[in-house]
Design a protein around this ligand. Structure first.
Ligand code: GLP
Length: 260
């Protein structure tokens, strides 16, 4: 795993934006895998700003989001459909017909999950998958003990994930219990992965992901199997790492090493 430790959350966001910016300018029809969560909001702000002020165009890209809550229609204010529309899609020139999220309101979520896998396949697979990490080590909504071979499917959310996401809903009871999420294997099939984590609350999960055993108990640790996974951290999210001196030697201040 390529571990880049940036001094501040702002510089970590810029570093992640640089990678997406570079990818999309080099290959305008990139298939992007997108993520939600509080961590991604300043990243989408940065990308929208580069679109407005620096000619970064998403017009030819296709996107697939990781997950959506079951039971929420796309126009529900707390759905990931709404989150993506407000945080990103409506602020850039991406073609709405080429943006995809699982349908949380599908009559049959199993069928919708399989259909989502087919859509990704038909698009030629994901070139760059953006990821956040949950405090319990989840990626997408692949909660601890999710199979490393899993595909897009229904997952039951843990109480801790529901508590973490409760702030967006009126109460814990109203926070959804289920989601459709890309599986761990779906994520691992992306040509590149880019995981962004900021803040001390993520330090423990980050350490388990990068330096812990490969284990379904920490689904993000499955990224150890990916040949082209980059993790971007701020100092606070890196505080649990044992080998940070080594990462700093290879990538001083999160820069690319001389050999790249
Ligand atoms: C949700 C999303 C994840 C995201 C996580 C962390 O559970 N399904 O994709 O990584 O939240 O969110 P935050 O960035 O708000 O900590």
């Amino acid at each position: 795993m390529k571990t880049l430790i940036l001094p501040t959350p702002e510089s970590a966001i810029k570093r992640a934006a640089d990678i997406i910016d570079h990818t999309v300018r080099a290959t305008p029809d990139t298939v992007l895998g997108l993520a939600t969560g509080g961590t991604m909001l300043p990243l989408y702000d940065e990308l929208a700003q580069r679109h407005r002020e620096d000619g970064l165009s998403f017009a030819a890209t296709t996107s697939f989001n990781l997950d959506e809550y079951i039971g929420l229609a796309p126009d529900h204010p707390c759905s990931y459909h709404r989150y993506m529309a407000e945080a990103f899609f409506e602020r850039v020139d991406i073609d709405p017909t080429r943006t995809h999220l699982p349908r949380g309101d599908a009559a049959d979520p199993h069928v919708a999950s399989n259909a989502y896998e087919t859509l990704i396949e038909e698009a030629g697979g994901i070139d760059l998958q953006l990821l956040g990490i949950g405090q319990n080590g989840h990626i997408g909504f692949n909660e601890p003990t999710a199979s490393i071979g899993s595909r897009t499917r229904i997952k039951t959310l843990t109480a801790s994930t529901r508590q973490a996401n409760q702030r967006y809903f009126a109460s814990f009871e109203e926070t959804p219990r289920y989601a459709i999420t890309m599986g761990v294997a779906t994520i691992l099939e992306s040509r590149k992965c880019l995981l962004l984590a900021t803040g001390e609350a993520k330090a423990d999960a980050v350490a388990r992901m990068i330096e812990g055993p490969l284990s379904a108990a920490c689904p993000a640790s499955a990224l150890q199997l990916h040949a082209r996974a980059t993790v971007i951290l701020d100092q606070a999210a890196a505080t649990g790492l044992k080998f940070s001196e080594y990462y700093e030697t290879v990538h001083p201040q999160g820069r690319d090493r001389v050999f790249d």
